[in-house]
Ligand binder design. Structure first.
Ligand SMILES: [Zn+2]
Length: 255
């Protein structure tokens, strides 16, 4: 991620508490970070920043789309058969979304925040989501096992009723994570806070509908770091003021 200049970094500290049992993805499954809200790093359960960022992005897409603000569909989210058959235009119209933003054109608020998903030519976003790590020293007693019926990935059908056991983390375990916004506009910080509220309702991970992935999400503080002539200067910010900035911007955008 590169920036022409670095004016300020806004840093949110977030506490995540597991409300139910949260499964830990097995490292040998490439898709595990998508399906499981937790992975292991150095033996310890961690909520990956990439999962949190993905959930935040889709929550905010939903919030804005629901309020009538035009947001794009990530290229990879458009089904292959629709793209190949040239029905993309109709598809976008049906779901009320813009075509995937391109870096040299006008870009939607989501891509302004998170960047365009266009690989090397993509526009970098303002949001960096770090992995959330255990608040306390790792105690293996927080680990448990969950048994569920194996699901065939492609069809989501039950695979012959086979039971699989997955490692999981108990309810009531606290994690702490940082979200950094580089040179953000105030509404972007508020948008992250609103997106986090939805994260608390919907959870993370593909199994959230069956009770996995429920998290209590509590922003703890916001610190603004500014680069001055004498070095970095840190001041505490007001979470509610940022929420207000987003709500005001949203009200303007929707008239
Ligand atoms: Zn976009």
């Amino acid at each position: 991620m590169t920036f022409e200049k670095l004016d300020r970094i806004v840093e949110l500290t977030i506490k995540y508490t597991t409300l139910g049992t949260l499964s830990i993805g097995a490292g040998d499954q490439p898709q595990s970070t998508v399906d499981s809200p937790l992975i292991r790093i150095g033996g310890e359960p961690v909520i990956p920043g990439s999962s949190l960022k993905g959930a935040l992005r889709s929550n905010l897409e939903a919030i804005l789309a629901q309020r009538g603000v035009a947001v794009c569909v990530p290229y990879t989210a458009i089904p292959n058969d629709i793209r190949k058959s040239g029905r993309t235009g109709q598809y976008l119209q049906d779901i009320g979304r813009l075509n995937t933003c391109k870096p040299n054109e006008e870009i939607c608020p989501i891509c302004q925040m998170f960047g365009t998903a266009g690989g090397a030519q993509g526009l970098s976003g303002h949001v960096i989501v770090l992995d959330a790590r255990l608040k306390d020293t790792f105690d293996p007693a927080i680990l448990t096992e969950r048994t569920h019926v194996a699901i065939t990935r492609d069809t989501r059908a039950q695979a012959g009723g086979a039971l699989v056991s997955v490692e999981a983390v108990d309810a009531g375990v606290e994690f702490s994570g940082i979200i950094r916004l580089v040179n953000p506009e105030d509404w972007m910080v508020g948008a992250i806070l609103r997106g986090l509220e939805v994260l608390g309702y919907l959870g993370v991970g593909a199994k959230k509908t069956s009770g996995y992935g429920q998290l209590q999400v509590e922003p703890q503080q916001v610190v603004i770091r500014k680069l001055t002539a004498t070095g970095w200067e840190a001041t505490a910010g007001d979470l509610d003021a940022y929420r207000q900035a987003f709500d005001t911007r949203l009200a303007k955008a929707t008239g």
